[in-house]
Design a protein. Structure first.
Length: 310
């Protein structure tokens, strides 16, 4: 998402770890940056007769941004002075007298392509939500999820909106998977700091091996077990709930999650209950989520192994 190409997902995670960033995978091929277009401009020359199809599209008002960027020698693209890989807000093609607002990755901001008139692209730098204004790239807590200001538009993850205090089974299952993946990435970095939900969704593993899963669950249980009594008391569970809140920015999960973790209602969560929660399905309804199924299968195998060894 920073318009850089990384050799592997491991290299991307290393960058996030060293620089405390939340870069996520946007494409699985090499990123074509603004600088790439500039290099093409230097190496190419366009003859007038090759521009006739573009002229016709411009006159008809049907030219697209890929059409306009296909002829860089006539004024596009304009790269950011701070980072040559990124695009300036205002782009133009002088041959067509076309102007448009661009995202940092070079995509057209809908409704901004104009001819012989420059649009106002200052809105790309911030988002207005009610009386508040957020800078581009800033993440904030919305009414029911994590939101981010990107190129003048607010994008939110709202999986956990639910009725306060009465979550659906599907939302609870998705929460379980997201929490497990949060544990996974924390263990990869050997750091208990909450991980960004966007990053988790973009980089989640296809499946977690039994050995790794057992290590992760023990590692997290020991982290929350502050007094080392092999159980999680109410105050210790609050540390877990705080981490989940930092992940999804919603607090209404606590009552139901506490009941699921401790069905015996004896005011403490033992290791076997910890494993059981992440293993058993909270509903008999089927789900189409491959993420839920893959994590659930790994957990079930782990639980069977534990039962056989006891």
């Amino acid at each position: 998402s920073d318009s850089n190409t990384y050799a592997s997902a491991c290299e991307l995670r290393k960058k996030n770890c060293l620089h405390i960033t939340n870069i996520y995978i946007k494409h699985y091929n090499r990123c074509k940056s603004c600088q790439d277009f500039e290099e093409e401009e230097v190496s190419s020359s366009t003859h007038f007769d090759e521009l006739i199809p573009l002229l016709n599209k411009c006159r008809a008002g049907t030219a697209t941004v890929p059409d306009l960027l296909g002829y860089p020698s006539h004024g596009s693209p304009k790269c950011s002075s701070e980072n040559k890989d990124l695009f300036e807000p205002l782009q133009e093609n002088r041959y067509c007298l076309a102007y448009w607002c661009s995202t940092r990755d070079g995509d057209l901001i809908p409704g901004t392509l104009q001819y012989a008139k420059k649009p106002d692209c200052s809105l790309r730098d911030s988002c207005k939500v009610g009386d508040s204004e957020y800078k581009d790239g800033y993440k904030f807590s919305g009414d029911c999820g994590i939101c981010e200001c990107l190129d003048g538009e607010v994008s939110c993850i709202e999986d956990f909106c639910g009725v306060p205090g009465n979550w659906t089974n599907e939302s609870l299952k998705q929460l379980k998977v997201d929490v497990m993946h949060m544990f996974y990435f924390q263990y990869q970095n050997y750091d208990h700091t909450p991980i960004d939900l966007y990053y988790i969704r973009e980089n989640k593993p296809a499946e977690i091996s039994d050995r790794v899963l057992e290590t992760i669950l023990n590692w997290k249980f020991e982290h929350y077990d502050k007094n080392n009594d092999h159980s999680l008391q109410d105050l210790e569970l609050e540390h877990l709930f705080k981490d989940i809140y930092e992940l999804i920015k919603v607090k209404t999960f606590k009552i139901q999650l506490r009941q699921l973790l401790n069905p015996q209602d004896d005011y403490s969560v033992k290791m076997n209950e910890w494993i059981e929660y992440f293993t058993e399905d909270s509903t008999s309804n089927s789900t189409s989520s491959g993420d839920i199924i893959s994590v659930k299968r790994s957990l079930q195998r782990l639980l069977r192994k534990r039962r056989l060894s006891n």
